[in-house]
Design a protein around this ligand. Structure first.
Ligand code: S3P
Length: 173
């Protein structure tokens, strides 16, 4: 298993609903590593929740905090790291991901919308979750594919099955 020196053992990317946090925690437990989500780092820095950041300060400010949190975590966090679904929109973040083990948790739209539901806690999905999720998945798919070193399909699989598939992939790296 290889990872950039001092960096995460694996970085999980994918759209909202792909199961990055659930699967990431399971993969971390299987590898005996900590798990963290960059959304938590952003919230800790801002001292407020993600919906509050979007509402009070706007998406551009959130993206700035997110890019900073990702850059720091890629250098200093040595566990399993999940990125917020939109983190790969940043050119800087995509560049920094080079050399890392990046796992794209792919999901089809039908499964993603089932998991996301009404989009609670996800400001970008607050208005019309179906249309918004469809749009962002279509827009971002090429970016997830660009940064991924491994792709694991999550559609129709349980978190345990996905985590086992991720661990197998990581061990074969
Ligand atoms: C976002 C996804 C969220 C969070 C924020 C923005 C996005 O993370 O970072 O609400 O742009 O897709 P999850 O992917 O964990 O839902």
């Amino acid at each position: 298993m290889t990872a950039a020196v001092g960096g995460p053992v694996a970085v999980l990317v994918g759209p909202p609903g792909a199961g990055k946090s659930t699967v990431g925690a399971l993969v971390g437990a299987a590898l005996n590593r900590r798990f963290a989500d960059t959304d938590e780092f952003v919230e800790a820095t801002a001292g407020k929740s993600i919906p509050e950041i979007f509402f009070d300060d706007g998406e551009a400010h959130f993206r700035k905090l997110e890019a900073g949190a990702v850059a720091t975590a890629l250098e200093s966090f040595d566990g399993v790291l999940a990125l917020g679904g939109g983190a790969i929109l940043s050119d800087q973040t995509r560049a920094l991901l080079h050399g890392h083990v990046v796992v794209y948790l792919a999901i089809d739209f039908a499964d993603a919308i089932k998991r996301v539901g009404l989009g609670a806690g996800r400001p970008l999905l607050a208005m019309n979750p179906r249309a918004a999720l469809k749009h962002l998945m279509d827009q971002r798919r090429p970016l997830y594919e660009e940064v991924a070193t491994v792709t694991v399909d999550t559609s129709g699989r349980t978190p345990d099955q996905v985590a086992a598939a991720v661990v197998t992939e990581l061990r074969s790296q």
